[in-house]
Design a protein around this ligand. Sequence first.
Ligand code: KG4
Ligand code: ZN
Length: 365
Amino acid sequence: MNGKLTILGLESSCDDTAAAILTREGARSRARILSSVVSGQAALHAPFGGVVPEIAARAHAEKLDGCVRRALTEADVTLDAVDAVAVTAGPGLIGGVLSGVMCAKAIAAARGLPLIGVNHLAGHALTPRLTDGLAYPYLILLVSGGHCQFLLVRGAQAFTRLGGTIDDAPGEAFDKVARLLALPQPGGPAVEAEAGTGDPARFALPRPLLDRPGCDMSFSGLKTAVLRARDGVMQDNSLRAGDRADLCAGFQAAVCDVLVEKTRRALDLYLAEAPATPALAVAGGVAANQAIRGGLADLCAARGVEFVAPPLKLCTDNAAMIAYAGMELFDAGQRDGMDLAARPRWPLDGAAPGMLGSGKKGAKA
Ligand code: KG4
Ligand code: ZN
């Protein structure tokens, strides 16, 4: 083989069912996304105010075949063109992960193709190589509804975790604050829109863990502080529009301050290793927030570090990132057997101490 490679990727670890086809012409050429199909389940879970694992698992099992078919059609290829199948094997909601792993095993067995189990977080962490060709080592901040951690990415199988949340992920905090303020879900965009007209300095909200060294973060106390501040200004059980905007602005400013300061510390650790082409990447739904993105971009500019924020559809859950990670793992010689296990927890950095968080989405490995 001259290194030409086409990979089918599958993702089903939370509430998005996804399939993608990635190809590259030779070992030295950049990977191209031929198709990336994402089928969300938001409407199924909306009545319950959060992702219901059993409903998610069943929906994945029902949708996977169709997503694979659509990915092949949109890429204008058949399974004959596929050289390997990459699938998220964890961490995540176990029923969903199992659905994807079973589907991938069936395709691999029926077509005699190599099977590659991918860590979902590695998929996020390697995305800046797919989108921007970033060289190792780089620093990445994963910030979504289920993840929050700094990873020093040294290779497709070499990650050092510099810190992360000890409780809620920032997206989870945005969602909970939106609920407290009677704003729609997902909370992030709604809170950001309100914050735009609010006064961030009116309410004195905490900046959790900034008084402690290191890169760990905490967001659940901040949400409780918003609840108290809200109760202090509510009249007859209702909130004035101006109060709501000020609460949103104060909350967003606090999250932003914490993320920027902790990123400064993570950058210090990373830059101490004198990387040849220093870069910070950000991934996850919260990376859509302009205030947070702007704060990180300013920090990078001041430190002479390249700032990379992949397009949002590749920052949030998708299968192109799984296919891409599968491609790097294929090159590294990884081949999994029919005994590939689905793992609810799977830390990328096995040497790092476990986090305390009790992630609602179960993905905070
Ligand atoms: O990565 P993602 O789509 O899904 C997972 O969590 O896996 O992230 C979704 C999260 C939600 O919590 C949502 O409220 C948050 O990202 N989010 C935002 C914004 N857009 C989405 N948070 C803050 N500001 C935003 N503009
Ligand atoms: Zn994710």
